[in-house]
Design a protein around this ligand. Structure first.
Ligand code: NAD
Length: 283
């Protein structure tokens, strides 16, 4: 049976560091704060928001919400972003996407001050990931995958890693982060031929395809570490990952469950970034 790589263990370690950093800021009279900008009322966004607000509260980080109607104009939204950019009481910003179609998402995202881009969505933050420089912040989900590898002492040096998915939010930055950890990285996507044999070659597999159970036992072999980023709802209305967990746990060495894996770590990474943004500014 595979070892379960549990998000809550990694989260506990990250939260401990966050609490220590918040204490340092509190000594200087600073309360780190997350600004949340949400356009409309998508259930996915509201669910992530509830989790983030709760985690912030537990860790001594305050939240300021900017809730806008789904038909908000681009000018109005840009005005809100300009406001948070200049608000010294907001240290990091979470802007939910996708934005409604009538808004120019790229223009809006890049209006955000990179120093407050704690979700790693601006071109500047992504350039930081690709250049290996501390510009802005890396996207939280691939960073959460790296935190899991680090926490469980999984050394990537010289290992073969495969990332399934090439989105700018998860797949591509995850590949860059694995390269930084000295892995030899292959990225699979919808046009990859014979994906099972490519994935079977890997020592470390990160799956972010957004398709329920797309990676099954035929993709896997003994000795692998599998990180499942996917969040899907199965036929029974239950959450499941992009990996067929029941098959994976019988084959590989270690695997993250869904729920209980990457998701909860992502939220702590976000809160950690807010605290780091405040520390970069004041300490
Ligand atoms: P996306 O749809 O933007 O990208 C999916 C990528 O996977 C694409 O590059 C596509 O080419 C590739 N892909 C799709 N089907 C494939 C297949 N059958 N074989 C190979 N490649 C395939 O999705 P995303 O935003 O990168 O998210 C991926 C998954 O991660 C989703 O399930 C999402 O819900 C989840 N997610 C989880 C967290 C978290 O914190 N755990 C955060 C963000 C996203």
């Amino acid at each position: 049976m595979a070892k379960q790589l549990l998000g809550k263990e990694v989260t506990a370690a990250i939260n401990e560091k966050i609490r220590a950093d918040v204490a340092k800021l509190t000594e200087k009279g600073i309360t780190p704060a997350l600004g949340i900008i949400r356009v409309g009322e998508r259930e996915d966004d509201m669910s992530y928001e509830r989790g983030a607000v709760k985690r912030c509260e537990t860790l001594g980080v305050s939240c300021k919400k900017f809730l806008l109607p789904a038909d908000v104009s681009e000018e109005e939204l840009l005005k809100v972003i300009d406001g948070v950019n200049h608000d010294d009481a907001v240290h990091g910003v979470l802007l939910f996407r996708p934005l409604p179609k009538h808004l120019n998402e790229e223009r809006i995202i890049n209006a955000l001050n990179i120093e407050k881009d704690v979700d790693g969505i601006t071109d500047g933050s992504l350039a930081g990931v690709f250049a290996g420089k501390p510009l802005g912040f890396p996207p939280c989900t691939p960073k959460a995958c790296m935190e899991i590898l680090d926490y469980y002492g999984i050394d990537c040096t010289g290992k073969k890693a495969v990332v399934v998915g090439r989105s700018l939010v998860v797949g591509k930055p995850a590949a860059m982060m694995l390269i930084k950890k000295n892995a030899t990285v292959t990225v699979c996507h919808t046009r990859t031929t014979d994906m099972p044999s490519v994935v079977r070659e890997a020592d470390i597999v990160i799956v972010a395809a957004g398709k329920a159970k797309v990676v099954d036992g035929s993709y896997l072999r003994a000795g692998q570490v599998v990180i499942d980023v996917g969040i899907n709802v199965n036929e029974d209305g239950k959450l499941c990952g992009d990996v067929n967990y029941e098959e994976a746990e019988r084959i590989v060495d270690a695997v993250t469950p869904v729920p209980g894996g990457v998701g909860s770590v992502t939220t702590s990474v976000l809160v950690g970034h807010v605290v780091e943004a405040a520390m970069r500014k004041y300490l």
